[in-house]
Design a protein around this ligand. Structure first.
Ligand code: HMG
Length: 347
């Protein structure tokens, strides 16, 4: 077992974060919400028919024009396991050379599970320096999980081994000047181990990843099994471990229709970073039955109803959801998207 999982559960050794907290940078009281669009990666990775590169790039370009500032654009994983992400290098090259037009700087994230993924991402960046007229950013994401069975299925190794691999990816990404986000999947329910996921274990993994240098922890309710009380317990565990709300993003799937309920609980707790996917695209290849991420359209509508500021143009994102679901021949699973499109048609 790695040293990571031998450490008794206690507060993370996060002195720089503490310093930020002391400087009063906590975002918990603001009404500004950061939405991280995961449609082009999480949304498309599980699609069975090959989606043309042109469509993927157009999706990213359309999303960049909606006011979204964070777009997950691809994944440097094994093309044997996730063929849909095979063109990620071309997508990154395109973004570097022809950055999508946008009124605001956009950060584009790419998953990298191991040093091979990191090297592929970095060599693509070396070969295609950023267009000097653009102020976009590229970031990396690693993806851990809270249970041994899911980690074996998704990463082909134990949790301890996965953390050892991520340490090199996080350090390599940071050394290259990139922001690195770290997912933890199945935090509120596992397809193989059910509801038996210990929030303290999640917090412990999060601490390990933060100590390695991760800039943000994305807590993935991969199966959508999360409920309001269990979301609250999870966030309390993160707080008890000393992880700041501003360093947490919530990643809800809507399989059981609880995503916005859990979002409300997270907002109440002070979280201001949320993942979502246009048209509610998505699912996870290793989570049978999991439906898509909570849709960006529903998320924006919900946030606006609470007076929160997402910076995202709801009409524009509804139009992108309509376009991409038609383009790939998939039902639009955004309730707000369908309602607004229906009203528009009737008017
Ligand atoms: C996990 C590994 C990396 C283990 O990779 P491995 O340990 O090398 O073992 P393997 O047997 O799976 O490797 C198969 C082949 O892939 C190659 N390979 C190995 N790594 C890479 C790489 N980076 N890029 C390109 N190729 C790679 C490797 O070299 C080998 O090639 P071969 O020798 O057979 O020719 C591999 O199995 C893999 O890439 N699996 C895909 C995992 C994945 O993408 N899962 C979905 C993303 S996570 C998710 O969706 C959840 C999330 C983040 O959205 C949050 C949530 O909702 O919970």
């Amino acid at each position: 077992m790695s040293r990571h999982l031998l450490r008794p559960i206690s507060k993370c050794n996060l002195s720089p974060l503490r310093a930020r907290q002391l400087r009063g940078l906590s975002t918990a009281k603001t009404n500004r919400v950061r939405l991280i669009e995961v449609g082009p990666r999480d949304g498309l990775q599980n699609e069975k028919t090959v989606i043309p590169l042109k469509t993927k790039i157009e999706l990213i370009e359309r999303l960049a024009q909606t006011g979204l500032r964070d777009i997950e654009a691809g994944s440097f994983v094994s093309p044997k396991w996730v063929p849909q992400m095979a063109a990620s290098s071309e997508i990154l090259t395109h973004i570097q050379n022809h950055p999508p037009q946008s009124d605001n700087p956009v950060s584009y994230a790419f998953l990298a599970p191991n040093t091979k993924g990191l090297e592929n991402a970095l060599s693509t960046l070396d070969a295609s320096p950023q267009n000097p007229d653009s102020n976009h950013k590229i970031e990396l994401a690693v993806f851990a999980a809270a249970t041994e069975s899911f980690t074996q299925k998704n990463l082909n190794c134990s949790i301890a081994e996965s953390l050892q691999k991520f340490e090199s990816v996080i350090k390599g990404g940071k050394a290259a000047g990139l922001r690195v986000r770290a997912y933890i999947s199945v935090v509120l329910g596992c397809p193989f181990e059910g509801y038996d996921v210990d929030p303290k274990k999640v917090a412990e993994i999060a601490c390990d990843l933060m100590e390695m240098g991760a800039d943000e922890i994305a807590l993935g309710d991969t199966t959508g099994m999360g409920t309001a009380p269990r979301t609250r317990d999870l966030l309390k565990s993160m707080q008890a471990a000393g992880i700041l709300n501003e360093d947490i993003a919530m990643h809800f799937h809507d399989t059981y229709g609880q995503a916005l309920v859990n979002t409300a609980i997270s907002l109440e707790h002070g979280i201001r970073n949320f993942d979502s996917s246009v048209g509610g695209l998505g699912g996870c290849p290793y989570s049978p039955g999991a439906t898509g991420n909570v849709s960006t359209e529903d998320m924006v509508y919900f946030m606006e109803s609470l007076g929160m500021d997402t910076g995202v143009d709801l009409d524009a994102v509804v139009a992108v959801g309509d376009w991409i679901t038609r383009e790939i021949g998939k039902a639009n699973s955004s309730s707000v998207g369908k309602a607004m499109l229906g009203r528009r048609k009737a008017e």
